[in-house]
Design a binder for this molecule. Sequence first.
Ligand SMILES: Nc1nc2c(ncn2[C@@H]2O[C@H](COP(=O)(O)OP(=O)(O)OP(=O)(O)O)[C@@H](O)[C@H]2O)c(=O)[nH]1
Length: 332
Amino acid sequence: MRHTGQEYIAGVLAGNRRMVAKAITLVESSRAEDRLLAREVLAGLMPHTGGALRVGISGPPGAGKSTFIEVFGLYLIEQGLRVGVLAVDPSSRRSGGSILGDKTRMARLTGSRQAFIRPSPAGESLGGVARCTRESQLILEAAGYEIILIETVGVGQSETLVAGMVDLFVLMALPNAGDELQGMKRGIMELADLVLVNKSDGAFVDAAQRTAGGIESALRLLHGGSVGWDPEVMTISAAEGRGLAEVWSLFSRFREGMTASGALAYKRQEQARAWMWDLVRDGLTQRFMAHVQVKDILQGLELRVVAGEVTAVVAAELLLDRFTDGGGADGL
Ligand SMILES: Nc1nc2c(ncn2[C@@H]2O[C@H](COP(=O)(O)OP(=O)(O)OP(=O)(O)O)[C@@H](O)[C@H]2O)c(=O)[nH]1
């Protein structure tokens, strides 16, 4: 049965898990009628959002992100909090599976009534995944989830997207004394508000300390992280559940400090502004590609550009003219 916008809104605000799941399915749909309904639902929920701490977690495969999210999520629940977990996983398109896709990986957290875990939507472009994740985040906030953890796998573009939708961005690293930055690109290190060197247990404790020291020096030179916050480095062991209270206390310190200084409000305002422009750009591209007059000549023109018969500049101008006045001089 199809629900009305009001039913979605009331269900989500009441924290009804089934309605939360359905509302996320709704925003994941790209059908025109679903988009219209999703817009109504999101507008109704909007005044009830913004209360959660939004955290992005990234790092190379095998760093222990899933293990950490499971134990940290359970720790937060013990503190009386409700936790939402989302993923931005561009690889889910190809493999069909995804981070979080396999629920056995976070079995205990998945089983908790205080947690809501949603894998990355499949079959979407990275921009599409980002849109769904942003909208799902709003739904979870309106439903009363107080901490939203957004996991992403380290492939560059997805980190930048996630960093653009969260308050605090965490990078997870492995103890590896020989290569303290572990091939992490400078641009990604610059996004980090906190670097967690995981697996600081057993034989890895010393290596983890050395890695943390190396990363600390690198961070000092980078001057990265959120405006108004100096990035920090900590060693933890997700497997042994060590460091969870310290991570939570850092999150709280981040939120309090950034709220008091106004930096968090400013960051969110700028994120909203950038999000709007992302949507305008995406929408324009979609409309451009679907424009009849543009479609008429697009393919042929592209081939002529590739063949060197028409310059890119002339071709682009011609296409844009067609788009804006539906005609344009065909002076080729
Ligand atoms: N020794 C040790 N092993 C850990 C720790 N955390 C995770 N692991 C192990 O490291 C492996 C990878 O952990 P995951 O949590 O799946 O890592 P991930 O970063 O989510 O990996 P991807 O989803 O592939 O990106 C698993 O075998 C974990 O059991 C830790 O703190 N100490």
